[in-house]
Design a binder for this molecule. Structure first.
Ligand SMILES: [Zn+2]
Length: 445
């Protein structure tokens, strides 16, 4: 347990605040008291308090926010590649998932959290089963998470129970975010995997409990066709009819949207999670970002799961995704480096409703921050006084490999590349063991 009134100072860092009032501090200092930022400014102007850590030649910035993931997914990494989405889901992933145990879920989520932290992700939005076991891994690894237990329609006991399990999880964790760093949400899987009455019930429940809805929308052409045949409308219009979009929503993928759907996204203020690498790997399509930006939609980025990514390095997704949009729109000026960095910081915070606490480094906000090694060859030269050069370094040159320090809720979770919570070796050994059990049960080993 953390001692009360823990206070320390990070000094001599280049600070990219993502706060437009003072975006760049070239020799900066941050004083952290307990879980919050107490002071921030030039090292010469701020008195240090408590223990002092020198971060010379490191860039401090807000922790990255990953808005779409399935955190047990590293167990399935490399299990099946080079397949189409429905083939991959129906014939490999879903049959293998049936063999998951709570212990496997815990170690999968712990490995996922470790990978996130090593890549500078301090908050993730998750949709999966086994929320209780994922929650334990979140607490043990020190990461911050919005956990949306998956809800499915179906005839089996497993799928029938998903809504019940989600409700119980939300009731249990809703009042405990402060002590756990867990924000419960609800995750109706997709329009094609949830029946209309279930979506209506989930929508009502989310409204009653005031929790975020995290859902996949229009990931593939096949999904759109299926929903069109069944309900005579697009997935977005079908969801609108169920009332579920009257909640705060983060929608993943959002690829095959027409003008009416985009209007609905605008009107309902749905936040978009762009998942470019997963979409490219499964050949799902390219998200219509230009039309979204023109409408002022809130764009964030998600890794999706390690089954379809396969790495969980959000900066890699960001670069790939932005370059893809430039090419797709035949416009090199589309999405500037600054906007790209906002996708994975400020916009992510806004999408989860925590913009007053996360997404930028400002006095009073949560101390969720990461440092990047400015001595890395692939970033150099970095000009510490030149703001656009710093945005460029993050959006186009950096990867998770340059992340050295990770502080979440004021606590050092990683220091100079060393993970300080659970033993890294224990996480890797246990998750490998659990992945092998799954592979054997699925007949792949
Ligand atoms: Zn997904």
């Amino acid at each position: 347990m953390r001692l009360m009134n823990n206070i320390y100072t990070l000094t001599d860092a280049v600070i990219l605040t993502m706060d437009d009032n003072q975006p760049l501090i070239n020799t900066g200092r941050i004083v952290i008291e307990n879980d919050c930022i107490k002071k921030i400014g030039q090292s010469s102007e701020i008195d240090a308090e408590g223990k002092i850590y020198s971060l010379k030649d490191k860039l401090l910035m807000p922790g990255l926010i990953n808005t779409h993931s399935h955190s047990v997914s590293p167990l399935f990494r490399g299990m099946a590649d080079d397949l189409k989405l429905m083939d991959w889901l129906n014939n490999v992933i879903w049959p293998a998932e049936k063999h998951l145990s709570p212990e496997a879920a815990y170690w999968g989520a712990a490995m996922c959290a470790l990978e996130y932290i090593e890549n500078g992700i301090t908050t993730f939005v998750d949709q999966y089963y086994f929320a209780e076991d994922i929650a334990r891994a979140v607490v043990d690894t020190g990461i911050r998470a919005v956990l949306a237990p998956s809800v499915f329609s179906g005839k089996t006991a497993e799928t029938k129970n998903t809504f019940h399990a989600a409700r119980n999880f939300i009731k249990k964790y809703q009042l405990r975010s402060g002590e756990t760093n867990i924000y419960p949400a609800i995750g109706p899987h997709a329009p094609y995997s949830c029946e209309q009455n279930l979506l209506e019930e989930v929508g009502e429940f989310a409204k009653e409990k005031d929790v975020l809805v995290h859902i996949h929308i229009s990931e593939t052409v096949d999904e759109n066709r299926e929903i069109q045949e069944k309900y005579g409308v697009t997935p977005t219009q079908f969801l609108k009819q169920t009332g579920i979009l009257d909640n705060k929503v983060i929608a993943a993928h959002c690829i095959h949207l027409n003008e009416q759907d985009l209007q609905t996204f605008k009107h309902k203020e749905i936040a978009v999670s762009y998942n470019p690498i997963s979409n490219l790997k499964l050949v799902s399509g390219i998200m219509p970002m230009k039309a979204m930006v023109e409408k002022g939609l809130l764009i964030t980025v998600g890794t999706d799961g390690a089954q379809s990514n396969n790495s969980l390095d959000l900066l890699r997704d960001l670069k790939t995704g932005v370059l893809l949009q430039k090419q797709f729109n035949e416009d090199a000026t589309f999405i500037k480096a600054k906007e790209a960095v906002e996708f994975v910081t400020k916009n992510g915070a806004k999408a989860i409703g925590l913009e007053d606490q996360l997404g930028s480094l400002e006095i009073g906000k949560k101390a969720d921050l990461i440092s990047i090694d400015l001595n890395s060859v692939n970033l150099n030269p970095v000009h510490y006084n030149y703001l656009d050069n710093i945005y460029s370094a993050i959006a186009y040159s950096a990867s998770g490999k340059e992340v050295l320090d990770v502080i979440i809720n004021g606590e050092f979770i990683m220091q100079d590349g060393n993970f300080l919570k659970l033993s890294k070796k224990t996480i890797l050994n246990n998750s490998k063991k659990q992945a092998e059990i799954l592979m054997k049960k699925a007949g792949l080993l």
